[in-house]
Design a binder for this molecule. Structure first.
Ligand code: ADP
Length: 174
């Protein structure tokens, strides 16, 4: 177990990332200022019926993390997980869980999650970050809808993701 006073701070940013957007990337660029090492936990999240497979989501996140890691000189690893978040965080020896807050609508769910996670593991702290105003409204779900309707998604997701998303929606329902 990581010591509470450890100098080396590991952050864990969990999510579905179906797919990763400029909103997520903005949060990651802020998170790297707070930690020495960042783990991006890609949740299997079958319940949410993701458009992309776990492998595809991990690969898209990894592609962007290679760019940020190089640019910022910080260790960022991408790992899939299918366990309880607190268990995964413990296994990864994470000190902080990073979450992004969009609108008030995120608050209720996040508030409950923190309260319940605190009962399960009181060593972990959750840190909430807000994205830059221009990225705050971006949600993976809406980006997928826009792509399905043939709209321009270049303002919401990086180029590699846009290419993969367009290929996916033009291939029709899976
Ligand atoms: P979930 O599947 O838990 O909704 P996502 O994979 O969509 O999560 O996102 C992971 C985290 O990133 C969540 O904390 C979510 O609130 C945050 N997030 C997603 N998009 C944005 C955004 N545009 N601005 C700020 N935070 C965001």
């Amino acid at each position: 177990m990581a010591s509470q006073n450890s100098i080396h701070r590991t952050g864990l940013y969990p999510g579905t990332f179906d797919p990763i957007t400029f909103g997520h990337l903005d949060i990651i660029n802020r998170a790297v200022k707070l930690v020495d090492e960042l783990i991006i936990g890609v949740a299997i999240n079958i319940g949410k019926g993701p458009l992309f497979s776990l492998e595809e989501r991990v690969a898209m996140v990894q592609y962007e993390m290679d760019i940020i890691s190089k640019d910022k000189g910080i260790l960022i690893t991408v790992k899939p997980f299918d366990s309880l978040l607190v268990d995964f965080a413990e296994e990864q020896k994470a000190d902080l869980i990073i979450r992004g807050l969009r609108a008030v609508s995120d608050f209720e769910y996040e508030y409950q999650m923190v309260a319940m996670n605190d009962v399960l593991n009181d060593r972990l702290e959750t840190v909430f970050l807000m994205a830059d105003l221009q990225y705050q409204a971006i949600a993976s779900r809406l980006v997928k809808e826009i792509a399905r309707m043939g709209g321009d998604i270049s303002a919401f997701v990086p180029e590699n993701v846009a290419t993969k998303l367009l290929a996916k929606v033009s291939a029709g329902p899976t």
